[in-house]
Design a protein around this ligand. Structure first.
Ligand SMILES: [Zn+2]
Length: 55
């Protein structure tokens, strides 16, 4: 499955769902709703980390 909004990255054999705001791993598995997902910190606006795009 390809995602347009959700960020799902493979980490070895495990797929992780990442926060769209900061890149924190929110959940494991590769089946997720294709929408933007945010961690609790980003949802509350208190996240100080910024998402870094890996090359
Ligand atoms: Zn976040």
């Amino acid at each position: 499955m390809e995602y347009e909004h959700a960020i799902v990255k493979m980490n070895g054999d495990v797929a992780n769902l990442l926060c769209n705001g900061c890149g924190l791993v929110i959940a494991e598995g590769k089946e997720h709703e294709d929408r933007e997902h945010y961690c609790t910190l980003c949802m509350s606006g208190n996240c100080k980390a910024k998402f870094k795009k890996e090359p």
